[in-house]
Design a protein around this ligand. Structure first.
Ligand code: FAD
Ligand code: 2HG
Ligand code: ZN
Length: 506
């Protein structure tokens, strides 16, 4: 069937907030095994234990913002795979308060976990044992916006979608966008160096964060909150905090480079017969769409089943082994549409694509994006989700999905592959009704060995957090890890910041 259904600007914000909030409610209601039970090899460090006198001191430092009851939502991660046993959550409002809290915790050797929206997918945002949660929830102020240069400065706890809404009033947008935008914080995005669906267009946060402010374990405030595009004075320290997952300091404010909001957005959803066709279409789209190409995502037929069966979403096209989502964004709609139409005509006449649909209207665009962006949520309906996020050279990209399918057979409910193929980033997920050590033993370290063998990365964008830290050597050399440990010791000599995360035991 050679038909393209024609369906204008993009607005996913409201929808995503609803979805994420609903997800959080289900997530926190059920109780799961403690992390310390599921992972008995991890031993509690020699940290202080929170006493009543500590709680009183916290109450003195941030009156009315010390939580000691109903902490499940802060102890359990979004995936419902890790559960800590923290007894205290602190909700500072200012950098000075974060500084005072950390200074005290450092002196008492109390371990802490920085937490933003708690949407992280590697167990990094929740305690492993009884670490104190320091939440940025109340650090949600926009500090300044320079409309001319598009430079935004905000506190770390601003919710991504809220910042995007704010910027749209000034015809600006945010260079990072992801399915968790309704809940995740800018600080969390920077701390994880989140990738998402706009990386293809705007590059990573390493390029878009112009400056940041962070508080070290000692309570010292590191002011790197520059708003300059160019600044070659000394070492670029802010980059160390980007992607450090809360292990080097608590990010309290961020300065971001914000591009113009695209005035015209179109999305094409195409069916493909093979993964090689997906790659051929990617090559053609780079070549023919050039500067208007803003996202290139793929999902396999097993992912579409999740969208249909678990999320009750409808596919706008007939069934195919693979699907490609192409987004174009630009300033002149007619020009972009012409380019997209010409491209679609070419890929159809060359036989690369047999069916597809194009959307330019916001609701239809949203419906198409939901098929891809809500997969993480849909997989949770199966029970337990073994989640992997790898970078691979494109020629071997999908081979890993097939290898895992063959290896796991009927041990799992399904093996699905989707992701940011335009960035070489595969999301590989396996599910089973509940956590199984047998399944886990079949996946790890096999999967990591496979990725290392192809010179890929075992974490493309989600980070190492708690779950993947022991596999860092699959992607980084021994000398690099030694240097990382030295940096950690310099920034946090008592190791109170997010222990058991990112780096293997010292
Ligand atoms: P949290 O989950 O609270 O924390 C994440 C880590 O950062 C933790 O280690 C925490 O200690 C640390 N941290 C948080 N705030 C601070 C701070 N202020 N200072 C220092 N450390 C801090 N990721 C992608 O890269 N691309 C995607 O496309 C993507 N899509 C997602 C879709 C869904 C539905 C979900 C649930 C998650 C997705 N993620 C994605 C995971 C991603 O890492 C997070 O969504 C987001 O970047 C984390 O922000 P957060 O505020 O929730 O951080
Ligand atoms: C996405 O791109 C997120 O949707 C989540 O990074 C990936 O579900 C996943 O594995
Ligand atoms: Zn992703």
């Amino acid at each position: 069937m050679n038909t393209f259904t024609r369906c204008c600007a993009l607005n996913r914000t409201k929808f995503h907030r609803t979805v994420l909030n609903r997800q959080f409610q289900t997530t926190t209601r059920r109780l799961l095994e403690l992390t310390s039970v599921r992972y008995p090899n991890v031993k509690r460090g020699n940290y202080g234990i929170v006493k009543d006198s500590d709680v009183s001191e916290f109450e003195r430092l941030i009156p009315g913002r010390v939580l000691t009851d109903s902490l499940e939502g802060y102890n359990i991660d979004w995936l419902k795979t890790c559960r800590g046993a923290s007894q205290v959550v602190l909700r500072p409002k200012s950098t000075e308060e974060v500084s005072a809290i950390l200074k005290y915790c450092n002196e008492r050797k109390l371990a802490v976990v920085p937490q933003g929206g708690n949407t992280g997918l590697v167990g990094g945002s929740v305690p492993v044992f009884d670490e104190i949660v320091i939440s940025t929830q109340l650090m949600n102020k926009i500090i300044s916006l320079d409309e001319t240069s598009g430079t935004l400065v905000c506190q770390a706890g601003c919710v991504l979608a809220t910042v995007e809404d704010y910027l749209s009033n000034y015809k600006l947008t945010i260079p990072v966008d992801l399915g968790a935008k309704g809940s995740c914080h800018i600080g969390g995005n920077v701390a994880t160096n989140a990738g998402g669906i706009r990386l293809l267009r705007y590059g990573s946060l390493h390029g878009n964060v112009l400056g940041l402010e962070a508080v070290l374990a000692s309570g010292e405030v590191v002011d790197c909150l520059s708003t300059l595009r160019k600044d070659n004075t000394g070492y670029d320290l802010k980059q160390l905090f980007v992607g450090s997952e809360g292990t080097l300091g608590i990010i309290t404010a961020v300065s971001l480079n914000c591009p113009q909001k695209p005035q015209a957005v179109s999305v094409a959803f195409l069916g493909c017969e093979s993964f090689q066709t997906v790659l051929d279409i990617f090559k053609e789209s780079r070549h023919q769409l050039g500067e208007v190409l803003s996202a290139f995502e793929f999902m396999d037929t097993q992912s579409m089943t999740v969208a249909k069966d678990n999320l009750r979403l409808n596919s706008p096209i007939t069934d195919f082994p693979f699907y490609v989502l192409i987004e174009t964004s630009g300033s002149i709609g007619k020009h972009d549409e012409e380019k997209l139409n010409q491209f679609l005509e070419n890929v159809m006449s060359s036989g690369l694509v047999q069916d597809g649909t194009v959307a330019t209207e916001p609701t239809k665009i949203q419906n198409i994006w939901s098929l891809r962006e809500r997969l993480a949520e849909g997989l949770l309906h199966d029970g337990y989700c073994y989640k992997y996020d790898v970078s691979l050279p494109l020629p071997s990209f999908y081979d890993l999905v097939e290898a895992m399918r063959e290896r796991l057979g009927t041990m799992v409910t399904r093996v699905v592959g989707y992701g940011h193929v335009g960035d070489g980033n595969l999301h590989l997920n396996m599910t089973s009704p509940e956590y199984s050590t047998e399944v886990m033993a079949k996946i790890e370290p096999y999967l990591y060995d496979w990725v290392a063998d192809k010179k890929g990365s075992i974490s493309a964008e989600h980070g190492l957090g708690f779950k993947k830290r022991d596999f860092i050597y699959h992607s980084k050399s021994k000398s690099a890890v030694v240097l990382m440990k030295e940096i950690k010791k310099t920034f946090d000599p008592n190791m109170i910041l997010n222990p058991y995360k990112v780096l293997p035991d010292f």
